[in-house]
Design a binder for this molecule. Sequence first.
Ligand SMILES: Nc1nc2c(c(=O)[nH]1)N[C@H]1C(S)=C(S)[C@@H](COP(=O)(O)OP(=O)(O)OC[C@H]3O[C@@H](n4cnc5c(=O)[nH]c(N)nc54)[C@H](O)[C@@H]3O)O[C@H]1N2
Ligand SMILES: Nc1nc2c(c(=O)[nH]1)N[C@H]1C(S)=C(S)[C@@H](COP(=O)(O)OP(=O)(O)OC[C@H]3O[C@@H](n4cnc5c(=O)[nH]c(N)nc54)[C@H](O)[C@@H]3O)O[C@H]1N2
Ligand code: SF4
Ligand SMILES: [Mo]
Length: 732
Amino acid sequence: MQTSVTPTHCPYCALQCGMNLTPAPEGADSVVEVVERADFPVNRGALCGKGRTAPALLSSRVRLTSPLVRNAGVLEPATWEEALARIADGLTRTRAEHGPDANGVFGGGGLTNEKAYTLGKFARVVLRTSQIDYNGRFCMSSAAAGGMKAFGLDRGLPFPLEDIPKTGCVILVGSNLAETMPPALRYLTELKENGGKLVVIDPRRTRTAEQADLHLAPRPGTDLALALGLLHLVVAEGRTDEAYIQERTSGWEEARAAAMAHWPEYVERITGVSVPELRETVRLFCEPESAMVLTARGPEQQAKGTDTVGAWINLCLATGRPGRPFSGYGCLTGQGNGQGGREHGQKADQLPGYRKLDDPAARRHVAEVWGVDPDSLPGPGRSAYELLDAMGTDIRSLLLMGSNPVISAPRAAHIEERLRSLDFLAVADVVLSETAALADVVLPVTQWAEETGTTTNLEGRVLLRRQAITPPDGVRSDLDVLHELAARLGVEKGFPTDPEEVFEELRRASAGGAADYSGITYLRLAEENGVFWPCPAPGFPEGSANAADAPLSEDAEDAEDSAFDVLPDDPARDSTERAHPGTPRLFLDRFATPDGRARFVAVTHRPLAEEPDAEYPVLLTTGRVVSQYQSGAQTRRVDELNAAAPTSFVELHPRLAERLGAADGDSLAVVSRRGRAVAPARITASIRPDTVFMPFHWPGEGRANTLTNPALDPTSRMPEFKACAVRVERAD
Ligand SMILES: Nc1nc2c(c(=O)[nH]1)N[C@H]1C(S)=C(S)[C@@H](COP(=O)(O)OP(=O)(O)OC[C@H]3O[C@@H](n4cnc5c(=O)[nH]c(N)nc54)[C@H](O)[C@@H]3O)O[C@H]1N2
Ligand SMILES: Nc1nc2c(c(=O)[nH]1)N[C@H]1C(S)=C(S)[C@@H](COP(=O)(O)OP(=O)(O)OC[C@H]3O[C@@H](n4cnc5c(=O)[nH]c(N)nc54)[C@H](O)[C@@H]3O)O[C@H]1N2
Ligand code: SF4
Ligand SMILES: [Mo]
């Protein structure tokens, strides 16, 4: 299988940088080397250190290559046969004793589309459980909910990244992309070279904020008030686009009234951002013909994240931005398949194609593709934190693929304890993550370069990640695992192990849905370097599946087949021109709402779920550093990355440090109502004096999520990762 150069994509973040893999020279540490791949437009050959070093984990000694089963409390190597039998037995027993909903499934936004789709199908068709959700709930779910409300569709970016340098102004809210997506910094640099303005909103003066024409440093958790204050000024200064509001939106009067209650002086008191700074932001945003607001986890990972996103969208709508060239609102999705992973059914309330599980037409369509009775499909289940919190009570057994919640879930010590209280835990992973270490059975699975699959990057561009090498002996793919488990649980058919076969089914399942992939094939992905959804199949009776009252007739099935036949999956035909080109830019003519209008939302500011008080007087916010990825399960096992970022730390302002009598590097204890974490001090004037920051990549005493507050957003069920009340003291 080893060819000389395989074009593929990075295993980590949502930028999905293109890279070429080539066999490493004899005696090298890894089996393949990364070489530049300049033809992929998103990164044009640039990679961050994580992407560059990704091959290290392929042949690492810490890589799992044998299943493990727990015997007398100890994880020991076992055969695949035994491991799979134990899982089938654990899940069967739970269902027999407690019913289907006592089996839980937890997925990840790093899983390919094929895996995410199959995992969702496995839960509903094999386990018949409603209890499935995934770590994307902790990621962009507030932006997804906000986008759905306003535009009727959730695709993180409604335009390609290449539009950024062409706009007049970008307001970047709570994104530190200089560290979280380094090759994307180029788009901001080019924006400035073209004379565009950059406003960065972050309580810390990050490497990204250093690039800004204007940096606003609000108190964490006050972005909602900030956006409303800006909208107030837009109205007061007569900068609204009345014609656009009239033609393309609904709900303006209520949203306007809500914003007018947020006087600039009031907003200054809440946020700490001065009135002149607010006015300057409005000027920079409103003067150019085109402008964008981009949000990331800063404003979204809040118990009011959905409303906050709504307020930023309101600002864009009032000034006539969305659906206009080089303009609008976008969310910078995070995980490798953060976009595709939220479209095809591993989410609690969802069926493939971004369909709703409680929509009868959607159930009929997907049940037909799956060959099951629509009534056999369970209803919507719990959200990620609620599901994890129910472990050991309502949820008795869990199958987990692609997440490490011991590190990444809020109130992590409690979640760890819940995991321990399960009757049965099975984890599929490439390494023995902190969560896998608690499992009854651990399955070693293939990684990116050892398997083929598709991901959908933060722009909505569907990509082909190609297999470059043969996996080591002893590991199997996630698709293989689900196929084997389905068979052992009595479902012999419908769980193929070939990713392209899964994708062909996903196309049909998504056809007519919001995230329509039916016009996309592996061949097109290879030839076109990615295709933006929605991409319906030409000739496919649009929405027919949704409209069908009964299962499709023979004729309709034939029509469906022939619709796929005209797609260019036959290399002999030159039908590429007839295929739908994909949709790089959304909303140009209409929004995806029933009346085609974008909806304003009437939102008002509210305080944090946990405001500081005398006992816990400081705010903790959390996030990332450039050299570690997420729970660190992968990157903490790569020497070069670990050397660059070996431990957790507490970033604090010199004034707070002085009050504590702490010097740089001193061990600090950060204490919240959930627990206590200890990490060295990193003193810097780049952070607000009332706030400390911790990255969340490490286990043990430095684990930031020991402290975080699981207060959930009422709509998105996003936990408040970005703000909780703490006390900081010297650890000695
Ligand atoms: N190196 C690296 N890159 C990654 C990842 C990684 O783990 N490591 N993970 C990937 C994933 S899954 C994601 S989701 C993305 C996340 O990408 P980002 O959203 O860029 O990452 P974060 O560091 O979580 O948060 C961004 C910024 O929000 C700021 N912030 C904190 N509280 C607030 C607030 O209340 N308001 C505002 N406006 N800002 C606030 C923080 O100071 C931080 O600088 O990164 C992706 N890329
Ligand atoms: N305090 C705080 N906590 C946070 C955040 C924050 O900003 N602050 N951010 C949140 C966000 S945005 C996110 S996305 C989450 C992420 O947190 P996690 O869900 O823990 O993310 P990862 O570390 O990427 O976990 C992926 C796991 O799956 C394994 N894996 C990788 N590829 C595969 C595969 O193909 N198959 C299988 N079976 N396993 C695989 C990896 O080795 C790893 O163990 O953390 C959230 N937690
Ligand atoms: S920016 Fe993201 S996709 Fe690109 S190399 Fe780094 S981790 Fe990989
Ligand atoms: Mo994320």
